[in-house]
Design a protein around this ligand. Structure first.
Ligand SMILES: NC(=O)c1ccc[n+]([C@@H]2O[C@H](COP(=O)([O-])OP(=O)(O)OC[C@H]3O[C@@H](n4cnc5c(N)ncnc54)[C@H](OP(=O)(O)O)[C@@H]3O)[C@@H](O)[C@H]2O)c1
Length: 233
């Protein structure tokens, strides 16, 4: 089984990649920094040397980056079974007095990346006997988040994309799962002083995803909503 995890050099994407490797799933890693990707590759091979791990540097907020990754997959991977659309950014910003171009930046990174990459990889996924797509949305795609309205807009759009995709692929036997994590420890929270008890670990999100992968072809988990036990920050 082969999985592509976008944005897998750190944070939630890295935790998912590590979980896949622990379960014997071959990987394609992606981010915008090949040096970091090669270092992650070495670390993961240390956990399970029997898996194949490929790296592709590509900026998925740009159409050219999506083409680069897609061409790489068609050329280098004999199969693709799992696509995790994880790459994304959090940038603060509200609707009123919004910074010029900020919404476009967030939509490119958080929605169009997944939209165009998925479209381009669907023919490859259709050849798999057990294809799954995981779209890493956010609880910010369910409810407004103070100070982050523009991020929320991009994640509400991702929510819509993912749920529509589920309907479109229902008869293609490609599972689609929308994942809505709450606050999860990652570089996005760097500098914040939050006690461990108030924030989830990326490993928790990875654990939820691998449990979906292990299910029989007859079952799909359509939505995963995860929050810190003590509630949203
Ligand atoms: N952490 C949270 O609390 C939280 C909660 C809900 C949802 N999420 C969502 O979970 C996903 C991962 O977040 P995270 O907190 O784990 O972030 P993170 O630690 O900042 O990691 C983001 C990953 O994506 C890559 N990336 C960013 N922009 C990219 C681009 N344009 N093209 C390719 N790769 C790109 C980064 O590498 P480079 O920068 O080197 O490219 C990195 O590998 C995001 O979609 C985020 O919105 C996070």
């Amino acid at each position: 089984m082969y999985a592509l995890v976008t944005g897998s050099s750190k944070g939630i994407g890295f935790a998912i990649a590590r979980k896949f490797v622990q379960n014997g799933i071959h990987l394609i890693l992606n981010s915008r920094n090949i040096i970091e990707l090669e270092s992650v590759r070495a670390e993961l091979l240390g956990i399970n040397p029997s898996v194949k791990i490929l790296c592709c540097e590509a900026d998925l907020s740009k159409k050219r980056g999506i083409e680069t990754l897609s061409e790489f997959i068609y050329k280098e991977c004999k199969e693709l079974d799992i696509l995790v659309n994880n790459a994304g950014v959090y940038l603060p910003g509200n609707i009123i007095h919004s910074e010029e171009g900020l919404l476009e930046k967030l939509m490119n990174a958080n929605l169009y990346s997944a939209f165009y990459l998925t479209n381009s990889l669907l023919p490859k996924l259709r050849k798999s006997q057990a294809a799954s797509i995981f779209n890493i949305c956010s609880i910010a795609g369910l409810d407004p988040y103070k100070g982050g309205s523009l991020y929320c807009i991009s994640k509400f759009a991702m929510n819509g994309f993912s749920r529509c995709l589920r309907q479109e692929l229902l008869n293609d036997s490609i599972k689609v799962t929308t994942v809505y994590p709450g606050a999860t420890w990652s570089d996005s929270w760097k500098g914040a002083t939050i006690p461990d008890s108030r924030i989830m670990q990326a490993e928790d999100v990875a654990e939820a995803i691998i449990s979906c992968v292990r299910m029989s072809p007859a079952a799909v988990v359509e939505e995963i909503i995860m929050r810190p036990q003590l509630g949203d920050l």
